[in-house]
Structure formats: C-alpha cells, structure tokens
Design a protein around this ligand. Structure first.
Ligand code: FE2
Length: 442
C-alpha cells in the first residue's frame, strides 16, 4: 500500500498569491506558444482536519502566460469561494450558489467560449475567472445548467462542444449527461437512469457516443453523518459497469457493459472500432476510498486497455504498463478518435517522471526531470492547428524538492526523452494538485 500524506510536503498549501513578471528562463520558448498554461488544485485556506479529504480543499489557480517567445507572467490566486472570502476578509463573489455550497471550485480549469472557468464535480457550479485568474462569479452558463457540473467535460474536436457527465448525491437514481455548446450555453441535458448515486469523476467520448463510468464508489450517508468532507465510499457489492450512450439517444437507451469491481478517475481516450466495439484506454485503480479516505491511495494506478462490447454487455481488459501512471492526456484534437500517442505522469508514490506512450506499437518513452524533480499533469500543445499528431510540445509544472520551487518545463514532444526546449523558473512552489490545460490566446 502506498503511504502518502496528502497535506504535507508539496501537498501542503502555499499562502502567498503572487504576480511575477520577471521570470528566469533556460532555453528558448517557441514563438508558436501564445496563451496560458493554467493549473488548479486544492489549497486549503484553513488547515485540514481529520475528516478532510485532499480533494475538497479550497481551490487555487496558477497560470503562466507565454507570448512571442517570452514568459509574460506567472500568477496564482485562490478561487474566491465563500470560505476563502470569509477567512481572508474579502468580499464574497456575486452570483448563484448551488444549494448551500460556498461557490468555490478546485479540480479543473478550462477555457471555453472565450471564457476561463474553474470547475468541480458533484456540487458547486463552475466559477468564471478573469484572464488574470481573479474570481468573477459562479455561473450556470446563462441560466442553462440545471444542477451540478463536472470537472471533466470532454471537448468534441469536430464540433467544439463540451460533453459532460454530472452527478449529485441528491439524484438518487440517475446521473445527467450535458452538452455545452460553442456559445457557452447548455444545449442538451439527458437524465441517465442508474438506480443509485455513483461518484463519476471523468467521462470519455467516441465519435458517436458518451461513456458513463458507473464504478462502485457511491454516496455514503454513514460517512456524511461522520463529517467526512467527501462522503463517497467503496461499495464492493455494487455493480461495476460502463454505459454507452449515443450522443442523440434518450437516457434509457444506455447500453451497460459490466466488469469486475475496479475504479478509475481518468480516461486516456476512447474510440469506435469497425466491429462495433469501443476501445477505451484508462488509468485503472483496483479500488478507491475503502481503507484510505483522505486521498486516492488504494494501490497503484496502471494503464489498461478495455474493449467494450455494447452488443454483449461485456468488457475485456489488458494491462498496458506496470508502472504507476495517472493523469493521462492526449493531443486533444484526437479525442474520440484512434489517437496514436498518450502522455502520463508517475503517481501516486512514484512522482517524478512523465511518460509518452505509443498506443499502437505499445512502446513507452520516459522523461526524467532530474533528482528530486516531479512532473505534474502534462499538457500537449500542437505546433499549429493543422500540425500532425504529436508535432508540438508537452508542458508541465514540475516540483523541485531540492529548492522547494517549481518550473514550467517545455518538452519537444517528438524528442520526449531529450533536453527540454525551455524551462521557466517560477518564484514559488506549485502544490501537487489536479489538472492543467493550455488556453490559447484568442
Ligand atoms: Fe481529474
């Protein structure tokens, strides 16, 4: 069992909100990189207690703005949920709250329809941020979102729309599939019957369908009554299955593919195969929130390939790699298609390297960032909109335990193991958190 203290070392929060304009750079930042590398994770504004979970700390956004071969700024800002505002003596955000939520978000940070959003699953609404990461307001996408959202919408590369699978403990027998249009408004909401209330962190899409991850981690009233900040627990007797729902189908048309109990936070990618099956590559955990209830540490996550057969209702699996890997990403122009390359990092307890996997030849390259240096989630940015897959750069925030600071490292994706293209040195560490995304300038 991996032992990780999710509130110490680089998991601990930082307290200063910085704006740094003069950043030291090693190497050459490519002119083509014009945008912001955004990152978010938990940064508890109040020191965590015994019933707190790593996942539920107040959010902090980090951003590095690149343009014209220059690093224009690094900023980090709390997401100004009511707990943060009240603790720090700041004005609360205007705008809607979901039920009695505090309006914060901590899990993912995305650009969509010209805006920047911090997002979280299961309860609070998305929070609109300024380009400089100041919190503006929670939002229901112009009153078009009915209920909760997700931390992991998937952008369909053909339409630019966001596909989301949302859950809420108050929805006792269903989850909700939502599509957010390119105008930034929800255009479709479909309830999908489940018969229970699962935790669903991610979804995946193919060119024709959304995949709904109904793993055996369910809302636990017992854990809620005990004060757990994340009252979801492993339920080994529950069904473990993935639903295949064609984009335009009614919710009860979902086709479930059952498998032995396991859990996954993050899919790498999925696509429709000519024989009617679906290939889904995913970071599989054997179980989740059974014996460890303050973070994701029930054993190593490994890359697996699952073949879903909706006609038979089955899933077959193959382990792709025996190293701990999480936070899988691809060139997002290939979402839902037969992508050749995936990018992951070592996690949990094997923090450090990043990996690039050729999903066809089943070979892996490794980038070693050096002794005491650990990559957070890696983001691929193409050289140009029509560049080939993998023709671009892999960017990540890298923690340096030697100096207790952070860098943003830019790798040439096609020289993955080689010397970095550039390293931008940041003025403070960036705590281990959740997700990064590149938001290109308009
Ligand atoms: Fe995630």
């Amino acid at each position: 069992m991996t032992t990780v203290d999710f509130f110490q070392d680089n998991y601990a929060p930082v307290r200063k909100e910085l704006t740094a304009l003069d950043l030291d750079i090693t190497g050459t930042i490519p002119d083509e990189l014009d945008g912001r590398l955004l990152r978010i994770g938990p940064n508890p504004v109040v020191d965590p207690g015994p019933t707190d979970h790593w996942f539920t700390g107040s959010g902090m956004a980090h951003g590095l703005c690149l343009s014209g071969g220059q690093a224009l700024w690094y900023r980090n800002r709390y997401i100004n949920g009511d707990n943060v505002a009240d603790t720090l003596g700041r004005p609360r955000m205007p705008g809607p709250r979901h039920m009695d939520g505090d309006g914060g978000a901590n899990t993912n940070i995305i650009g969509h329809a010209g805006k920047t959003y911090a997002i979280v699953e299961g309860f609070n609404y998305p929070v609109e941020l300024s380009n400089e990461l100041e919190s503006i307001s929670p939002t229901t996408f112009d009153d078009t979102l009915d209920g909760t959202f997700t931390a992991h919408p998937k952008r369909h590369p053909g339409t630019g729309e966001l596909h989301a699978v949302n859950y809420f403990f108050g929805w006792e027998d269903h989850v909700r599939y939502v599509v957010v249009g390119t105008d930034g408004k929800v255009r479709r909401q479909v309830d999908v019957p489940t018969g229970h209330s699962p935790m669903i962190h991610d979804c995946s899409i193919t060119e024709s369908a959304v995949l709904i991850f109904d793993f055996p981690v369910h809302f636990s009233l017992e854990a809620a009554m005990a004060g757990s900040s994340l009252p979801y627990r492993w339920d080994p007797g529950a069904v473990c299955r993935i639903g295949v729902l064609p984009f335009d189908a009614a919710g009860d048309a979902v086709q479930w593919c059952e498998m032995d109990p396991c859990f996954a936070f993050h899919a790498l990618n999925s696509f429709d195969r000519p024989d009617g099956t679906i290939q889904l590559d995913i970071a599989k955990h054997a179980k989740m929130f059974d014996t460890v209830t303050n973070g994701p540490a029930e054993g190593p996550p490994n890359l697996y390939r699952w073949i879903l057969d909706p006609a038979k209702g089955t899933v077959t699996e193959e382990q792709l790699d025996d190293r701990n890997q999480e936070f899988p990403r691809i060139d997002e122009r290939m979402i839902g298609m037969d992508a050749q390359f995936g990018y992951t990092i070592g996690f949990v307890g094997e923090e450090g390297p990043a990996y690039k996997r050729d999903l066809r030849s089943n070979t892996t390259e490794l980038h070693d960032f050096g002794e005491g240096r650990a990559s957070q989630e890696m983001v691929f940015v193409p050289r140009s909109p029509d560049a080939d897959e993998d023709d671009g750069w892999c960017l990540s925030y890298v923690h340096d335990a030697n100096t207790n600071t952070a860098d943003v490292v830019i790798l040439n994706a096609q020289d993955f193991s080689g010397e970095p293209q550039a390293i931008v040195h940041l003025p403070q560490r960036v705590p281990y958190g959740f997700h990064s995304n590149w938001v290109a300038s308009e």
